[in-house]
Design a protein around this ligand. Structure first.
Ligand code: ADP
Ligand code: ZN
Ligand code: ZN
Length: 745
């Protein structure tokens, strides 16, 4: 017997499989991890195929050393998925297979904790009788008495009443009275689970209608849905009912959320309702906990997995349902190598495993909505909030008018008034400021010099750290002191401009002394459970006003929030990215949706310097359809995705000349590729050797070869060739191939 093994080394030359002989007496399955001789060393690998014969010279074939587990770590459909991903991402299979195995399992780092459990091998009566017999020691008698109720005990439990029981236990085992077994102990993160209970709401008629479409698909038929439900329409209840149904059919489910720390409510609902059959995968699990959760899932003990994007690789068998909540979020896209989009992986898994897919959002991505319109997904809509609660009332404030009216505060008069009213009535408010720090930049009034990072071509943000002001780079983290005079012209009129979350918080405290505030941004959410602490502060009602970056816009459900203020709506609109309009619409609609989720109606105030902008208007009227039509038409005319593919080869080097030369070289190579393949050239709408929006980042000079391509099979092949170009290492310069990148910095 022979097996084909993917050796766990990522190197261009070992992208293929190796043949090994299976020793006599060893049974292997596809997907099992094995240890094999590789060169002079021993390496881990995964069996991808088994053959009864080989064409190679048997004398030269090495033999598998041992298997690493008794069970296949990679399920057959996961192996297929890995293969498909490797083909699409143009990377070695070993790399995509790694996504499917917890890091702890690789490189012999496994630490399986075991517990010894003691059980009677005889009846309770016999044990009681044996406990009376003179010939046994006091310890042995005591152990028998304890166990005579028929319940198993761990050795640790026993040693609480019987000191050093080991020897006595061994004797009892040899007498045939008890059995000692070693079992794997699993660390259960997040404390004890609450038992299985069903505290569901009575479904609204909208929820019922939607579920009537979904439920018949769960039994292996497989359906693909885009659930477009306004904020507060009760989408979570739809997921839970569908998950419950899936479990009843003996199948499993995966729920993806954009970021687990920001969805504590969803997690606790799932834990409360699904108890220990739920596994929660989040970035703050220790490697050991992550590995244990993985095994619980692999063994089928955990049948509902909830987690961020990487949870889509969970080794669940009999997959029945995948839910992608807030499907428009960019966190589903992984920028690390190998790059993947969890939504596309979800789709691929559902297709392969006949499972049902639900993509859900109040503001679906342009791509998903376009697909739904084309008929790839069935569109399900929930246009109303639960129990006839109204959508919040949104008003737009023109900040240019505030300025001419003499108001220089970050708050318009209208927002100040509304905040006062909200606080006085004992309600809560959320303020969105999508920039952290105190002031957004520092510049010289005499010569106009802007303080920039020494590593990046990016302006520095002013932060208050204790009593002191510091300038910080939001890209590389570099920090410097606030200068006393302009480093360019020596003028002392060096001033702060723009605002950030810190300043907004200060202003709230100044305007409303004694009111407790909470601030949520990257600066305050560090450490274990930073998010949880802040959210709890707000949920409990201690903090009346929550100030934060886009983090506060995501999925939170606080019933006593009646006011949402957007301090500067234009912030995201001006980013150099074809998606900035889509992002702005999503952010404004989502944050507006945090208001009025309880019994009292909500109010939203959007401050902007561009009140006439269509995107701001569509967001204010919370009209997704109108936004979609407008944006879809714009993308069609301007030839942006989903009508085209944006791709680039990005060269980064500490040395500017190397970056420039590499980009030139890439340009030449790409053009000659296109000469060789006229069928690819026909799909190229734009090819330019260019300077990216950020020329210098984290100490590296950057140049890129930017391309706009028509969506086609040929384009896919061309992108494959481009990825290979990027893979050829250049001295002193790194080259990245990006395909519809999330940001085009
Ligand atoms: P969405 O995710 O669509 O924004 P949620 O699922 O968070 O909305 O639901 C909004 C609120 O409505 C939550 O507080 C939820 O508990 C409540 N809710 C959902 N469905 C029902 C129902 N059928 N009956 C009563 N309350 C419901
Ligand atoms: Zn100056
Ligand atoms: Zn920097």
């Amino acid at each position: 017997m022979y097996c084909q093994v993917i050796v766990d080394i990522v190197h261009e030359n070992v992208a293929h499989t190796f043949t090994y002989a299976v020793p006599d007496g060893m049974t292997l399955e596809k997907g099992q991890r094995v240890s094999v001789p590789f060169g002079a060393r021993e390496k881990e690998g995964i069996v991808v195929d088994l053959d009864s014969s080989t064409e190679l010279d048997p004398a030269r074939i090495k033999t598998v050393i041992r298997k690493l587990e008794e069970y296949p770590a990679i399920l057959p459909h996961m192996a297929e998925l890995a293969r498909e991903m490797a083909e699409q991402a143009h990377c070695p299979l070993a790399e995509t297979l790694r996504l499917m195995i917890p890091a702890q399992m690789r490189g012999g780092r496994i630490t399986v904790k075991t517990v010894s459990t003691v059980t009677l091998s005889v009846s309770s009566e016999m044990a009681e009788k044996a406990a009376e017999e003179e010939k046994r020691s006091r310890k042995r008698k005591e152990i028998l008495k304890i166990l005579s109720d028929g319940r198993s005990r761990t050795v640790k439990e026993l040693s609480e009443t019987v000191r050093d029981p080991r020897e006595a236990l061994n004797k009892l085992e040899s007498e045939g009275l008890i059995r000692i077994t070693e079992e794997e102990e699993l660390r259960t993160p997040g404390g004890a689970f609450i038992g299985l209970n069903e505290t569901g709401h009575i479904l609204t008629s909208e929820q019922k209608e939607v579920l009537d479409e979904i439920i018949p698909c769960l039994n292996g038929k497989g359906g693909k849905f885009l659930l477009h439900g306004v904020t507060g329409s009760g989408k979570t209840e739809v997921f839970m009912t569908a998950v419950r149904q899936t479990l009843e059919l003996g199948k499993t489910a995966i729920i993806l959320v954009p970021e687990i720390a920001l969805t504590p409510q969803m997690v606790s609902w799932f834990r409360a309702r699904f108890g220990s059959v739920a596994a929660v995968i989040h970035s703050r699990l220790s490697a050991g906990e992550r590995f244990d959760e993985w095994r619980r899932i692999r063994r089928g003990d955990a049948r509902v997995v909830i987690g961020a994007r990487s949870a889509i690789f969970s080794p669940v068998d009999h997959l029945g349902l995948v839910v992608v909540d807030e499907e428009h979020e960019s966190t589903y896209f992984s920028d690390h190598h190998p790059r993947y989009d969890a939504r596309e992986i979800a789709l691929s898994r559902c297709n392969r495993e006949n499972a049902t897919l639900i993509l859900a959002s109040a503001t679906p991505s342009i791509l998903s909505f376009a697909r739904a319109r084309r008929g790839d997904y069935m569109l399900l809509e929930m246009p109303k909030r639960v129990h006839g609660r109204p959508l919040p009332d949104v008003s737009i404030v023109d900040m240019r008018r505030e300025l001419t009216g003499g108001n220089r505060s970050v708050f318009s008069r209208e927002l100040q008034k509304a905040l006062r009213k909200c606080i006085q009535s004992g309600e809560q408010a959320m303020l969105l400021m999508n920039r952290r720090g105190y002031y957004s930049f520092v510049s010289c009034r005499s010569c106009g010099h802007v303080m920039k990072c020494r590593n990046c071509d990016i302006s520095l943000t002013y932060h208050m750290i204790g009593e002191n002001g510091k300038l910080r780079c939001h890209y590389c983290g570099a920090e410097t002191d606030m200068p006393v005079k302009c480093p360019e012209c020596g003028s002392k009129y060096i001033k702060f401009f723009g605002s950030g979350t810190q300043q907004v918080e200060e202003e709230v405290k100044k305007l409303f002394p004694g009111v407790t505030t909470a601030r949520m941004d990257i600066d305050t959410t560090g450490g274990k459970d930073g998010h949880g602490r802040i959210l709890e502060e707000f949920r409990s009602g201690r903090a009346k006003v929550l100030i934060g970056t886009q983090m506060i816009a995501k999925g939170l459900d606080f019933p006593s929030v009646t006011l949402v203020g957007v301090i500067a709506a234009d912030q995201t609109l001006n980013l150099p990215d074809y998606r900035s309009r889509e992002r702005t619409f999503q952010l404004l609609t989502q944050v507006a949706g945090r208001a009025g989720r309880g019994s009292r109606p909500g109010r939203v105030i959007i401050q902007t310097y561009k009140p006439e902008d269509q995107v701001i208007r569509f967001a204010a009227s919370q009209d997704y359809r109108a936004f979609f039509e407008d944006e879809f038409a714009r993308r069609r005319t301007a030839l942006y995705p989903p009508f085209t593919v944006m791709a680039r080869l990005l060269a980064e080097s500490p040395d500017e000349v190397s970056a420039i030369n590499t980009a030139k070289e890439l340009d030449t190579k790409t053009r000659s590729l296109l000469k060789e393949h006229p069928e690819w050239a026909r799909k190229v709408l734009l090819l330019s050797n260019d300077v990216p929006p950020v020329q210098f980042l984290r100490g590296k000079h950057r140049r890129h070869l930017l391309m706009k391509l028509l969506v086609s099979k040929e384009t896919e092949a061309f992108c494959g060739a481009l990825a290979e170009l990027a893979g050829q290492t250049q001295k002193n310069t790194e080259v990245w191939f990006e395909y519809n990148p999330t940001t085009m910095m």
